[in-house]
Design a protein around this ligand. Structure first.
Ligand code: NAP
Length: 242
């Protein structure tokens, strides 16, 4: 039998658009107490207003995932406003049109690694002590099929996404004795704003067949609803046509 998410405290990082936004919405509709974070506060305000109108109030907190102190403050603010964190969803990510090695430069590499990988580590490090004390916790990381299958998404992006698989699996092995589970999600093409950062955006026929952010959010919620004795350690979700 699935576990209720009612009143579980969920921190969603990367909640201003795409997969993170869809996850925050679905989790709030499941009755979770959601903290939604990203940099664009106006987007977070819009999300909060939309969910509030549905009868699902959430908390918001603007923060840059690539900055350690901001992730630490985010974890503290979540506990202060909502209570101890039961579930973390790290859906933050970026890419660059300058992804090919002929165009990639060190500042771009640094930004991708900071946002896609370092931030996941920063927020995890900040939430883990309380999860250990509670004896439970679920850490969900949104990686990509690019994390396990070579493609043209760029060296920095693929390095960050492969790194995220290592992060998730290493933490699970270390923390399972504390009741902490990790789940790394590897989506294929999803129709979200990150596609605007491709050198060439997929055409409308391809986008029509792509996943929608809500599809990935459904998979995340399904993982979160498993009883504590079970964990989906890694899942790949791709459009059916592939
Ligand atoms: N779309 C796809 O085809 C696809 C496929 C596989 C994996 N993914 C992965 O899915 C995850 C979510 O991406 P998406 O597709 O939903 O794209 P998206 O709509 O562009 O969402 C990206 C989210 O990350 C946040 N973000 C970016 N830089 C940030 C920073 N420095 N600090 C805090 N938040 C930051 C954005 O918020 P702000 O800009 O407001 O900060 C936004 O909420 C990413 O990790 C992406 O790599 C996407």
């Amino acid at each position: 039998m699935s576990v209720s998410l009612q009143d579980q405290v969920v921190l969603v990082v990367g909640a201003s658009s795409g997969i993170g936004r869809a996850s925050a919405k679905l989790l709030a509709r499941e009755g979770a107490r959601v903290m939604a974070s990203a940099r664009r506060n106006e987007r977070l305000e819009e999300l909060r207003a939309a969910l509030s109108a549905e009868g699902h109030p959430i908390a918001i907190h603007a923060a840059d995932a690539g900055v350690l102190s901001e992730m630490e403050q985010l974890a503290q603010a979540t506990v202060a406003e909502l209570g101890p964190i039961d579930i973390l969803v790290y859906a933050t990510g970026t890419n660059t049109p300058d992804r090919a090695m002929k165009r990639l430069r060190p500042p771009i590499w640094d930004e991708l690694i900071a946002v896609n990988l370092n931030g996941a580590y920063y927020i995890t490090q900040a939430v883990l002590p309380a999860m250990r004390a509670a004896g439970h916790g679920l850490l969900v990381y949104v990686s990509s099929v690019s994390g396990h299958t070579p493609d043209v998404s760029g060296a920095a992006y693929q390095a960050s996404k492969r790194g995220m698989l290592g992060l998730a699996h290493a933490i699970r092995v270390e923390e399972k004795e504390n009741g902490i589970r990790t789940c790394v999600v590897c989506p294929g093409l999803v129709d979200t704003e990150i596609l605007d950062k491709r050198p060439v955006k997929p055409d409308s026929a391809t986008l029509a067949k792509a996943l929608r952010p809500e599809d990935v959010a459904e998979a995340i919620v399904a993982a979160a609803k498993l009883p504590p004795r079970a964990v989906i350690t890694e899942m790949t979700i791709v459009p059916t046509y592939l």
